[in-house]
Design a protein around this ligand. Structure first.
Ligand SMILES: [Zn+2]
Length: 238
């Protein structure tokens, strides 16, 4: 049995023909009531650092692949600084780096042109994408019937929404806070990502600065509860 045969019929969309911009043959696959058999969706999963977003992204990719679906994994500024999704618990998966000029629609179209099925996109670190990328995600869902699952931070070190995250909140069919709790040093639920430079919480600077959460790094990030984010108290270990 091939993967295609194992997949639910609504997912076994025909590949696009030459010049078929819409590409998603499933767009025409409708039930007797005229509704699409497969309604693709844009979903945004968000949470602070360390809450397991990348782990969940890879788990979702695995679960869908097991059901015979085929997807692409994209990322931007992964902690490995390479074209892969890596997780703090040691998982890794190759991924396509989302650069400034990358068009996610072209990415899917060129895969289709090579005969590669794309049923869904997993977009890790989506808060670092450009606004245009989020618009492209919406179009992939609406015009191409491709599911898009985006994972990312909601807010930056100033506790303000990343532009791409804001747009995802505005456009997504479904928004879910990742349920793995990250705790502040005080034991309260961690909510905000503090940037720590030379042992102090900073509130000004570029929106994206690569750091790590290793205590010795010049720039590091620490998840705090709102109370300790606001007071800048990094706890007794700091
Ligand atoms: Zn706290």
């Amino acid at each position: 049995m091939t993967d295609d045969a194992a997949a639910p019929t609504c997912l076994a969309r025909p590949l696009p023909g030459p010049g078929d911009d819409r590409a998603g043959g499933c767009a025409a696959a409708r039930g007797v009531d005229g509704r699409p058999l497969h309604a693709a969706a844009l979903k945004f999963f968000w949470g602070p650092m360390d809450c397991g977003k990348s782990t969940m992204a890879l788990q979702m990719n695995y679960n869908h692949a097991r059901q015979g679906r085929r997807g692409l994994v994209t990322t931007r500024i992964d902690r490995s600084l390479g074209p892969q999704v890596t997780t703090r618990i040691g998982l890794a998966h190759e991924a396509i780096e989302v650069t400034d000029g990358l068009d996610l629609r072209d990415l899917v179209r060129s895969a289709w042109a090579e005969g590669v099925r794309v049923d869904y996109l997993i977009c890790d670190e989506a808060s670092f994408y450009d606004l245009e990328h989020v618009e492209q995600m919406a179009e992939l869902v609406d015009k191409f019937d491709v599911d898009v699952y985006a994972f990312g931070l909601a807010t930056d070190f100033r506790s303000c929404l990343f532009p791409a995250a804001q747009r995802l909140f505005e456009l997504a069919d479904e928004v879910a806070r990742i349920q793995v709790e990250v705790l502040c040093w005080c034991g309260r639920e961690g909510l905000l990502n503090a940037r720590v430079v030379q042992g102090r919480v900073v509130r000004e600077g570029a929106q994206v600065v690569i750091g790590d959460t290793v205590d010795t790094a010049d720039v590091r990030y620490q998840v705090l509860c709102r109370r300790h984010y606001r007071s800048g108290d990094l706890g007794p270990r700091a």
